[in-house]
Design a protein around this ligand. Structure first.
Ligand SMILES: NC(=O)c1ccc[n+]([C@@H]2O[C@H](COP(=O)([O-])OP(=O)(O)OC[C@H]3O[C@@H](n4cnc5c(N)ncnc54)[C@H](O)[C@@H]3O)[C@@H](O)[C@H]2O)c1
Length: 410
């Protein structure tokens, strides 16, 4: 082993079958470092964890820090860890140089010799330490003088390991499916949602307007009525076109019953938005008896919260749309922390936004007709993210049927 600084790191867990050990070794070599295995105790049974101690050496301190940062994301932690280092934020909305950028994995920092969990697992944020506690903070929300974590020293990340018990998705054995029998895939999704609901965790549905265009909004409303939608995320379009279909029987001007363009139909969504604006919002329209059917009506009637985030293409928008994107992020972020599952339906914009806010532990299902969108989402996790390439209308109808069907304990 050449000269240069080194650090001894320990890694504990199901290192072999999760592939973590080989990924750590690959990362060290890819970053031009070297390793020596000082000890490797392999768990004797399938529930025993393995423990490895590696000496990691690099050409200089900066390279060693980069390697430790990379393998730290896989759970490798220095044996002689120092306390976390911090520096004050120089101004509101500005992190100090060299700030630590978070991952979507459970994280802890070492404060005064003790490992302390970081509240609010989310990627691409900073960490603020105050009064012996630590929490993630978005760049826009950091305040001048807050103590922000620097570098990788004293930061520990716990990778999500493949569970040893029966897999959540029994049928699925690849992350993106286009050529699988849909009924079996949907049975697995329904089973997963039942389990999440039984654990009392939230289920987020992220919904694009294709759900309305394909006539599937009524099936999502069925899921909401049976308690499977804890919160709906979307934009102006999904709510607008749902309300258009409730008021005019069209979606984007196309009749829902015959699938034909209606005369003057291209204006229907604008008239729908205008009507809701006149009522002061969607709830107002329901209370005034103006909006009496549809998905948004069901959400109001069932007390299901929704977050409509604004975007540059919005007509109107509806008064319920949060047009300040930072405020929309804050509201979505709070729901994401309580989620056990997230089902993303035919919206690239809102699915990717939500994907970036979810902790890696959240089981995620992404349904889109475009494989590129599904692959992008599936890439952010492995076994806990399932991509389904199919028409969202057919998917939702089958899913609503499946969760309503009596099941035999599975
Ligand atoms: N009138 C309006 O105000 C208006 C209209 C359109 C969009 N918007 C806004 O623009 C933003 C982005 O809109 P978006 O989410 O519709 O667009 P997007 O491009 O982000 O996503 C649409 C996705 O739906 C998928 N898709 C289309 N048909 C499908 C089907 N039948 N089955 C499965 N997947 C299907 C596409 O592949 C695509 O990935 C949103 O915030 C929305 O509210 C506003």
């Amino acid at each position: 082993m050449p000269h240069g600084p080194y650090e001894d790191v320990r890694v504990t867990g199901h290192l072999i079958d999760s592939g973590i050990m080989s990924r750590i070794m690959d990362d060290i070599v890819a970053l031009d470092g070297e390793f020596e295995t000082l000890s490797f105790n392999v768990g004797r049974t399938n529930v025993d964890p393995s423990i490895a101690v590696l000496r990691v050496r690099a050409a200089d301190a900066a390279q060693l820090d980069a390697i430790l940062g990379e393998i730290g994301q896989l759970g490798a932690e220095p044996i002689d860890a120092d306390d976390v280092r911090t520096a004050p934020a120089p101004a509101d909305g500005v992190f100090p140089q060299g700030f630590y950028a978070t991952t979507n994995l459970e994280t802890a920092v070492r404060i005064a010799g003790r490992w302390t969990g970081v509240a609010g697992t989310e990627m691409d944020l900073g960490i603020v330490v105050a009064g012996g506690a630590a929490r993630t903070v978005a760049m826009a929300d950091v305040r001048e003088g807050e103590h922000v974590v620097l570098g990788h020293t004293g930061v520990r990340v716990r990778p999500v390991e493949r569970p040893r018990e029966k897999q959540e998705f029994e049928f699925m054995n690849s992350e993106v499916s286009s050529e699988k029998p849909k009924a079996l895939v949907i049975r697995d999704v329904a089973h997963m949602l039942r389990k999440v609901r039984a654990r009392g965790e939230k289920i987020i549905f992220v919904v694009g307007p294709a759900v309305v265009h394909t006539g599937a909004a009524e099936h999502l409303a069925r899921l909401a009525k049976s308690g499977y939608v804890s919160v709906m995320f979307g934009g102006n379009a999904v709510a607008t076109h749902d309300i258009e279909s409730a008021l005019y029987g069209t979606s984007l001007g196309i009749t829902m019953d015959a699938g034909r363009p209606a005369a003057g139909g291209h204006e229907h969504h604008l008239r729908a938005i205008n009507t809701i604006r006149g009522c002061g919002g969607i709830r107002g329209a329901v209370e005034q008896g103006v909006l009496t059917t549809g998905l948004m009506h069901t959400l109001v009637e069932t007390g299901t919260p929704y977050v409509l985030a604004g975007s540059i293409r919005d007509d109107g928008p509806l008064p319920d749309v949060i047009t300040d994107v930072l405020e929309a992020q804050r509201v979505m972020r709070a729901h994401c922390q309580e989620a056990g599952a997230c089902v993303m339906l035919s919206t690239m914009l809102h699915s990717i936004a939500t994907g970036n806010m979810l902790p890696a532990r959240v089981t995620t299902v992404c349904v889109d007709i475009n494989p590129a969108v599904v692959t992008k989402l599936a890439d952010r996790g492995s076994f806990q993210t399932i991509g389904i390439v199919t028409d969202v209308g057919l998917f939702l109808e089958m899913l609503a049927d499946e969760v309503e069907r009596p099941h035999l304990g599975r």
